[in-house]
Design a protein around this ligand. Structure first.
Ligand code: ATP
Ligand code: MG
Length: 361
């Protein structure tokens, strides 16, 4: 068996630059590397509904937004299968069986679930579906026998939990599921891109995002009002680079050619950082550079999006085809799972024979 990728995003909003550096950019590289036998990209609408049950319209609207973001970043439906989670009902059935292999206390210990519950102020009113979403995520990954899951750092506990489910399933029912590996971004700044407000994570739910589809003006306004080192008041003051989102974004996005083009007086990011730490480098200058870098990266994405926006029926057609293909693959895994779990009563000739013999004695 070759290497297989499964990854995806929740249709809770348009995709932002955190998604881009955390997962999307890598997916496109992996897609074009030719090293993967299959690549599945899932729009996780069922998962989005676990904490947006009362807002189905939001999820419905954002399916096409996420698909447009995918296509504009270079995901190619000829090479990657893009599909909608709820169009593959086999995933729900797998989740139901996996639920028996996970304890409530193990779910309660999942650090991502914990922090997301806090972030959403669920306190004592946690929807059961939301609480169990790591299990449904394990179903998504294993349904496609994925070997590789390229995601941001916040997903680490999810993949760990999925690996435990795979191990447990294979131990109890026999070798059936593929053990997946997480693939994190290799650049530290991309593991968990902070928000423009300096909060630990850029997140649709926190309103601190630069979206891939923002206009040139919107990007500029957001960059120029970004949080930086609050103690760097005068240009001459020494500044702090660690934890400063402007520098983290530069580490995530800037390339040597950006320095050559927009800031030739500095050899690269280290020299710029040294100057900021020493004092004498103003935030406005750094932000202007960051704006240039982001505009250079986002302009081609924006242009491709505008092209796809003219052809919405084609986008839905891609999703429909992808969902049909994904459904067939998941159905095969479900057949294997049912056989391993001994719940394939009608296609087990040995079972019928065994029962027959029992009663013919
Ligand atoms: P929500 O607030 O609805 O959970 P989100 O912004 O966290 O939305 P998801 O759809 O949950 O986005 O995440 C999709 C993918 O993007 C995951 O692989 C996740 O690790 C990655 N990702 C999300 N935010 C960031 C970020 N700030 N930095 C790096 N990767 C990120
Ligand atoms: Mg999230």
């Amino acid at each position: 068996m070759g290497k297989i990728i499964l990854t995806g995003d929740r249709p809770t909003g348009r995709l932002h630059v955190g998604h881009y550096v955390g997962s999307l950019r890598r997916r496109v590289e992996l897609q074009n590397s030719g090293e993967y036998e299959k690549i599945y990209i899932m729009i996780a609408d069922a998962q989005a509904l676990t904490d947006n049950a009362d807002n189905p319209e939001k999820v419905r609207q954002n399916i096409v937004e996420v698909a447009l973001d995918y296509l504009s970043c270079g995901l190619d439906p000829a090479k990657s299968t893009i599909f909608i989670q709820s169009m593959v009902p086999e995933l729900t059935e797998l989740s139901f069986y996996y639920m028996n292999l996970v304890t409530v206390s193990r779910l309660q210990r999942n650090p991502t679930v914990k922090s997301e519950i806090q972030m959403r102020n669920f306190e004592t009113s946690i929807p059961v579906g939301f609480f169990t979403y790591p299990i449904s995520q394990a179903a998504d990954i294993t349904a496609f026998q994925a070997t590789t899951v390229p995601v941001g750092e916040d997903q680490m506990p999810m993949i760990e939990q999925c690996r435990e489910i795979v191990h447990k399933f294979n131990t109890v029912y026999g070798e059936t599921l593929t053990m997946p590996d997480i693939m994190l971004p290799d650049n530290k700044a991309c593991l968990r891109l902070p928000g423009t407000d300096g909060k630990a994570k850029m997140s649709k739910s926190l309103n601190n995002c630069i979206y891939l589809s923002d206009t040139e003006e919107e990007v500029k306004t957001k960059v120029m009002s970004m949080f930086t080192d609050p103690n760097h008041l005068k240009v001459s003051d020494p500044g702090q680079v660690e934890g400063n989102p402007v520098f983290i974004y530069l580490e995530a996005f800037s390339k040597p050619e950006h320095f050559e083009e927009f800031l030739p007086e500095y050899a690269g990011i280290e020299e710029l950082e040294e100057h900021y730490k020493r004092g004498g480098l103003g935030d406005v200058k750094v932000k202007k550079f960051l704006n240039n870098v982001l505009q250079a990266e986002l302009a081609p994405i924006r242009a491709r999006r505008q092209e796809w926006e003219k052809n919405i029926p084609a986008v839905y057609e891609i999703l429909k085809k992808g969902s049909e293909e994904a459904q067939q693959v998941a159905a095969q895994t479900l057949r294997d799972v049912r056989a391993s779990m001994k719940i394939n009563y009608f296609d087990d000739a040995a079972l019928i024979k065994e029962q027959m013999e029992k009663y013919s004695k």
